[in-house]
Write a protein of this length. Structure first.
Length: 198
């Protein structure tokens, strides 16, 4: 039951003005109209629509990536050339090689004399205007001797390392760089050579 704030008269539910003094009756929680049905459900509908739209975009994105991968795979060619593999794709080419002379020519510096090429480590990749080539070698010579050999091969390169390694030699600039990493490993020395040309 509600009462008038001005005169204290008893008011009927839903009354806007006091019947005794004519004062306006403020809306209170007790006399406020009931909430309109469906307000909560409209917010839920909006949330569900946004979630559905995001899920649809995700599925479309996955489909686009899958279609792109399928097109690249469809137009790729793989050839085995006497133990070397040549892969040609719409994006560029990938070559693996175990011939020391070809690897040295691709990288642009001499391979360490007597070093063994680690199987499956020599690769040459061309994507657009960027070409990368890399090879991993292993030798029984000490790391210091290998580092001295590459310091002579690349006299203007930046050199870093301590007496027992690892050593890093970086030559070139951002458009044509060669990196040689020399790492002592037990009784042998591992050599990683990488070239990036843009």
């Amino acid at each position: 039951m509600a009462f008038c704030n001005s005169c204290g008269a008893t008011l009927e539910t839903g009354t806007k003005f006091c019947s005794k003094c004519g004062a306006a009756v403020p809306l209170t929680a007790a006399t406020a109209p009931p909430p309109v049905q469906g307000q909560g459900s409209s917010a839920l509908k909006i949330i569900l629509m946004v979630v559905g739209a995001l899920a649809l975009l995700f599925v479309l994105g996955l489909g686009a990536v899958g279609f792109f991968a399928w097109r690249v795979a469809k137009h790729s060619k793989v050839e085995n050339r006497n133990g070397s593999v040549h892969v040609e794709t719409p994006l560029g080419t990938v070559d693996s090689n175990q011939d020391p002379e070809e690897i040295a020519q691709t990288i642009g510096i001499e391979l360490y004399p007597g070093a063994r090429i680690v199987k499956g480590s020599a690769a040459s990749v061309t994507l657009g205007s960027m070409h990368t080539a890399s090879v991993a070698l292993e030798t029984d010579d000490p790391a210091e001797k290998v580092a001295e050999f590459y310091r002579e091969q690349l006299p203007t390169a930046n050199f870093s390392g301590s007496q027992n390694g690892p050593y890093t030699i970086v030559s070139g600039d951002t458009h044509n760089a060669v990196t040689v990493t020399i790492l002592p490993s037990g009784g042998s020395t591992k050599i990683q050579i990488a070239k990036v040309k843009r």
